[in-house]
Design a protein around this ligand. Structure first.
Ligand SMILES: Nc1ncnc2c1ncn2[C@@H]1O[C@H](COP(=O)(O)OP(=O)(O)OP(=O)(O)O)[C@@H](O)[C@H]1O
Ligand SMILES: [Mg+2]
Length: 227
């Protein structure tokens, strides 16, 4: 099966008082249809890597290959469009805009992507139903529980039918029951053309993935590959 997301010799360093090397020449091919978990101690570079993968941040060295094309990190506008077309991104918290309702939060990314209002509304209704949150459509984020907020964040990430879903500790603020519900929904998004990558500190949820990746001392290790 072809890979449509590849990292090649990626390094990332930050210069504060002294230079720190977070990612050290890492290589990996993510394969369509697979679900990946990313683990590693706090500060090991999980968010750094996910932000580079989703074209939010740029590597100090190395390349990202998306659908056989090398990303040019100087092409900001093009990369914003690529991100909007290809990626659904979910963070640990504050995924939603506080002044917009649940259904509006799901819709905004669709409209920003150039879909028509009617098309987006239809799609958002379908998605919110799938998330079993249609009775929360008109609630604002502050009127939703933590679990509901994260489920709406899945909806927001889904509106543009992404090939790649990236989630950075998406259940970090949820209890076990809500985390389980969240991951059930996330795993239901598997399709043969989609890559799903999530970072977590929770071993139970990390173990659910097809491939477990670990960041340690700036290197990426595959610690299992069940499938
Ligand atoms: N903008 C930045 N400037 C300087 N250093 C940074 C910056 N962003 C991250 N770092 C440093 O890079 C290292 C990796 O951070 P990162 O957030 O990727 O870790 P993480 O594995 O996601 O940790 P956590 O599990 O706590 O979320 C840390 O030492 C952090 O302090
Ligand atoms: Mg992090």
């Amino acid at each position: 099966m072809n890979s449509n997301l590849e990292i090649k010799n990626i390094s990332k360093s930050y210069i504060n008082q002294k230079k720190i090397f977070v990612l050290k020449n890492i290589n990996y091919k993510f394969k369509k249809g697979k679900i990946y978990s990313l683990v590693g101690p706090s500060g090991s570079g999980k968010s750094t890597l996910l932000n580079i993968l989703s074209l939010i941040d740029r590597p100090s060295k190395g390349n990202i290959i998306l659908d056989s094309k090398k990303i040019d990190f100087d092409e900001n506008i093009k990369n914003d469009q690529l991100r909007s077309n290809n990626f659904g991104i979910i963070y640990q918290e504050k995924n939603l805009l506080s002044d917009f309702t649940a259904i509006e939060n799901i819709s905004i990314a669709g409209i920003a992507n150039g879909k028509s209002l009617i098309q987006t509304e239809k799609l958002a209704q379908k998605i919110i139903k799938k998330l079993k949150l249609q009775n929360r459509s008109n609630h604002f984020p502050s009127q939703l529980s933590g679990g509901e907020n994260q489920r709406i964040a899945i909806g927001r990430a889904l509106i543009n039918s992404p090939n790649i879903i990236i989630a950075d500790e998406p259940s970090g603020n949820l209890d076990h029951k809500n985390s389980k519900e969240f991951f059930k929904l996330l795993f239901d998004l598997r399709t043969k053309n989609r890559i799903i990558i999530y970072a977590t500190h929770n071993r139970y949820f990390a173990n659910l993935a097809d491939c477990r990746l670990q960041l340690i001392d700036g290197k990426l290790k595959s610690i299992n590959a069940r499938k």
